[in-house]
Design a protein. Structure first.
Length: 206
């Protein structure tokens, strides 16, 4: 999956260099002359910070290698969108939510308490608190492209927020920056489960 992502960035016209954060001790697996390889950290933000230290360009794209179906065209579109919006600090790829989304909470009558995380199968301690308006909901993806200085400043913010952030856009938002959405296809999905691996394999072979 790392190789597929790297290939897409190599083929994207605006990309000038590629920095890969990987687990310590695995740099030899990425021994390629056009890559800068740095050690990853204990958190996502730590890994991004390590990689960002090697970045010298005005814009930087952050990408999860778990999304191997990224395309050069998507990378180029994100860079162009941010370039055309000088007042924005970033832009993310995202797809509009099509499922009906329920916000869950624990039962309040004392009969049972949920075991966290909520998604454990067979949990009977949950109830629906609210049905969210899916017309306003977007599922964030990567790449996410930012003005490098804005991202550095966001990563230097509240340590607890930085440590628990699940994407960089959250940090830019918390710092008061504007982050744009670039609609993209659901095919740019994150490989998380065994089923995802099978689907990604089929699509990549095609």
């Amino acid at each position: 999956m790392v190789e597929w992502s790297i290939a897409a960035f190599r083929a994207a016209e605006p990309v000038r260099s590629i920095v890969v954060a990987c687990p310590p001790g695995h740099a030899h697996n990425l021994d390629q002359s056009d890559l800068v390889v740095v050690d990853g950290g204990e958190t996502r933000a730590h890994s991004v910070s390590n990689a960002l230290a090697a970045v010298e360009t005005e814009l930087v794209a952050i990408h999860d290698a778990a999304r191997p179906l990224v395309t050069p065209e998507l990378i180029e579109a994100l860079v162009a969108r941010l370039t055309d919006a000088p007042d924005a600090a970033g832009v993310i790829a995202a797809t509009q939510v099509t499922d009906t989304i329920k916000q869950a909470g624990e039962l309040t009558d004392g009969r049972s308490k949920p075991t966290f995380p909520f998604h454990e199968m067979g949990n009977v301690g949950l109830m629906i608190e609210e049905t969210l308006d899916r017309g306003r909901l977007w599922a964030a993806q990567t790449p996410q492209v930012f003005r490098t200085d804005a991202l550095r400043a966001a990563l230097a913010g509240d340590p607890e927020r930085v440590a628990t952030a699940t994407d960089e856009a959250m940090l830019i938002e918390a710092a008061g920056g504007t982050v744009l959405i670039h609609p993209t296809e659901a095919a740019n999905f994150k490989v998380t489960t065994a089923l995802d691996i099978r689907v990604a394999d089929l699509l990549l072979r095609g």
